[in-house]
Design a protein around this ligand. Sequence first.
Ligand code: PEP
Ligand code: MN
Length: 345
Amino acid sequence: MILPKSNRLSDEQIAELTRVVSEFNCRLQPIVGAVRTIYAILGDEREELMINRIEGLSYVDRVDRIQSPFKLMDRRSDLASHQVKIGGVTLGEELLVIAGQCTIDPKNPNYFYETAAAVKEAGAQVVRGGVWKPRTNPYSFQGDAKSLDILMEASNRTGLPVDAEVMDEDHLKMALDAGVHMLQIGARNALNYSLLRAIGKGIAEKDTVVLLKRSIHMGPINEFIAAAEYIVSFGNPNVMLCPRGTSPGMDGYRNHPDESITPLLKEKSWAPVVVDPSHSVGKAAYVPACSLAAVAYGADGLCIESHVDPVNGIGDDPKQALTPAVLADTIRQAKSIWALRREAQ
Ligand code: PEP
Ligand code: MN
């Protein structure tokens, strides 16, 4: 990782550095932070000769060699000062709440418009809505590209940014063309490295934010953070880590709740942690408690399924979605815990 003396390098300096690193079969990747740009050397940067040559350049302050599988996502990385922002919220400064339907019903768009308005009223700053859905049963409703228009119309009506899962490169292209603000990588694709790379490349020049779910079967914490590194290594550092419960589930819950990994994630990485209590416990009655636990564990945000009329929802909504009234109550309580935590810091 190259730290320049100035906040960013000139085109000539970048060209010179690019020439040096490519001699050693490495690639230079600028990572644009809020204040300064740092330059990652991707490849085997242990090559002493290359490091010596770079350190000899007048505009280079130093070269940091973080021997970590996720040198950009590492807490010690110079990217650690980067602040992820969405919906008027700077992660870490205010609790972020993403809320909305599991699945947009293309036959009943009004439910989604009403839900979007209701979650905004309840205090959410980002609206979520599933356009394409990963379903265990191949004969269940798989989502519909038409729902993308409904999602964007809800954004227009509420003025809030929107979040949707993309499962492949076609979805990615459609979502980016439509202007989706936050891309969700689902638990089934969280280790799909080709998709992670495609998303990293797709958002490299944009300010799109990614919500990376923890894989259903994801074991080691390092694997989770390294998956985020795949995206960030293309230049856009706006990634949030989302524990959402792992499998096998805890008896009675949909998955094994894992909001408790938040302090571990924060010890290793600077990335904001946004917990999804809905898929973790899988039943509306348990979601408020799981949300509060997540904030107590140090989460920067919550991603909660909510629907104005859950019984008439589709996908997970009939069993998991909170009504807007319960969502509003949960957000109120979560904010109190957030404030207590801040006081204690
Ligand atoms: C969802 O958010 O609706 C979803 C399918 O989540 P996950 O990928 O965590 O199962
Ligand atoms: Mn869902």
